[in-house]
Design a protein around this ligand. Structure first.
Ligand code: ZN
Length: 443
């Protein structure tokens, strides 16, 4: 029987060997059944191999792993800090057994290699708890397995954690503590917008003013922030005008409408917040702060009202941080510095990512992979922020000539620093590399 072959006892107590990864079976009807699955999994000669696979995944901090089983072997890819990396391929013989063990831990059928199966199991590594969600499905070439690893995310709570420089933090707090006007958040999808909203809203004076959020039920929920009252609505079913009247009766000082799902409704909210001197906070998906303004107009918001009410737009982009343990200093080319608007005499060096092909040991041989980043050269992410505070020129251009390049030019003339200039602060400090900044800004 296949099952016996997969789980037949070859060695004694294999479960106690290998890296310090503890596994737990999940998904069975009772905890007794989970225990029985774990006992069966531990009999496998490749239970330790699975622990080794998982240790590598945890060490490299992958949050998704794709295993492509084909006749020739198993192609392996990790997603780390938002980027996919090809890993060395693994061989089928042990890989098949490892997959069977994982399926057993998920209470799935180890013999089923065609039909789609989904489940999860638990793991502990160096005091950290993980949940591994497994999806498997047959493909033309074999089988595709996706692992989603929960527990590898880093915790971000404050603006400092997000990597916002102090001066920008102060400016932002001042803008959000204004009595009235419009404030806009923007980022690309998956760019950490809700984390920034959460961290900045936490930094506002929510205990002195009444915040009410009007949240579209069908969209991403507003991240939790204490002391913000949340009113949910259904954009298709609810009478939005009526809902808005009832919210305004609460006399909020600050209105948060995270999604602009209905222009007429938002324009009404904007008009009233201007008339009654309230602060309105919203968000829009955009590449940069200037583009965010054009997106608002594209959503059919009233350009004059936006121009009149606008206090500021914050935009952000995530960049990977260089691994502090293996980054390498180098002297940047003075012409390049000049081009970037940085004083060549003040910059001693930049840092770049470790390159295993050219950064060799003293003996001319390749160095072993860095222990801290697992040889990826980067570890975790930080955000680059730009804060656009419109001057008279930007406000006028927004009404008269709302074009991207022109608006950017006017904003720059009014002293606005874009994402590239803000990102260079991280490069100068050695937090990230110029290559990574360029990659992130092109995305
Ligand atoms: Zn490293």
């Amino acid at each position: 029987m296949v099952f016996k072959k997969l789980f037949g006892r070859k060695k004694k107590i294999t479960a106690l060997e290998g890296p310090p990864v503890k596994l737990g079976a999940r998904g069975a009807a009772t905890s007794m059944d989970d225990k029985a699955n774990l006992v069966a999994a531990r009999q496998s000669p490749h239970f330790v191999t699975l622990k080794e696979w998982l240790e590598d995944i945890f060490k490299k901090r992958a949050d998704q792993v794709v295993l492509e089983y084909t006749a020739g072997g198993i192609a392996v890819r990790y997603q780390v800090d938002g980027l996919w990396h090809a890993m060395p391929a693994r061989e089928r013989e042990s890989g098949d057994v490892v997959l069977a063990v994982m399926k057993k831990l998920c209470n799935l059928d180890p013999k089923e290699r065609r039909a789609k199966q989904q489940g999860f199991f638990a793991a502990k590594y160096l005091q950290l708890a993980f949940t591994i969600h497994l999806t498997s499905e047959g493909t033309k070439q074999g089988e595709r397995v996706v692992l989603r690893i929960e527990g590898n995310e880093s915790k971000i709570e404050s603006l400092e954690d997000l990597g916002m420089r102090e001066k920008l933090q102060e400016q932002l707090k001042e803008l959000l503590n204004q009595k009235s006007g419009l404030f806009v958040y923007s980022a690309l999808p998956g760019g950490g917008l809700s984390t920034t909203m959460q961290a900045t809203l936490r930094a506002t004076d929510r205990y002195l003013r009444d915040f009410v959020a009007l949240v579209d039920k069908t969209k991403e929920p507003l991240p939790y922030v204490e002391n913000i009252e949340i009113v949910e609505y259904d954009p298709a079913g609810d009478d939005l005008a009526e809902l808005f009247r009832s919210v305004m009766l609460k006399e909020p000082d600050v209105l948060v409408i995270p999604h602009i799902s209905n222009a007429a409704f938002f324009n009404q909210a904007l008009e009233q917040t201007i008339a009654e001197g309230k602060l309105l906070i919203t968000s829009v998906r955009a590449k940069d702060a200037v583009e965010a303004l054009l997106r608002l107009l594209a959503l059919k918001l009233n350009a004059e009202q936006v121009s009149q009410a606008l206090r500021g737009v914050i935009c952000q982009r995530l960049v990977r941080k260089l691994c502090l343990s293996c980054r390498r200093p180098y002297k940047p080319n003075p012409q390049l510095l000049q081009k970037l608007g940085l004083p060549p005499d003040k910059i001693q060096h930049f840092f770049r990512a470790f390159n295993p092909k050219t950064d060799l040991g003293e003996d001319g041989k390749p160095l072993p992979p860095c222990e801290v980043c697992g040889g990826l050269a980067y570890r975790e992410r930080t955000a680059v922020f730009e804060l656009l505070v419109p001057g008279e020129g930007t406000r006028r251009a927004l009404i008269q000539q709302p074009r991207l390049e022109l608006l950017k030019k006017v904003a720059r003339q009014e002293g606005h620093r874009g994402l590239l200039e803000e990102g260079l602060f991280h490069v100068v400090r050695g937090t990230t590399s110029l290559d990574e900044l360029k990659r992130a800004l092109q995305a």
